[in-house]
Design a protein around this ligand. Structure first.
Ligand SMILES: [Zn+2]
Ligand SMILES: [Zn+2]
Length: 70
């Protein structure tokens, strides 16, 4: 595994969606969610908006938590 590899840690595929700030580990959102390391929280929006989706990912390598909006 290279330092700046963009291969997903879970499935080994390329084109990872997310990279850890701590150790550089790269993952797909879908793979992380399957493993239970990624939690997604959908906030209900207003009448016209679809709301915001927040995600929280626990890096399986260094344990760092990354949060953001999807
Ligand atoms: Zn993957
Ligand atoms: Zn990490």
């Amino acid at each position: 595994m290279g330092l700046f590899s963009t291969d997903c840690e879970y499935c080994g595929g390329s084109g990872a969606d997310e990279t850890c700030n701590g150790c550089g580990l790269a993952v797909h959102y879908d793979c992380a969610r399957e493993k239970g390391h990624l939690q997604v929280k959908q906030e209900s929006g207003g009448l016209l908006s679809s709301g915001t989706t927040y995600y929280r990912w626990n890096c399986p390598n260094c344990g760092r938590v990354k949060e953001g909006q999807a």
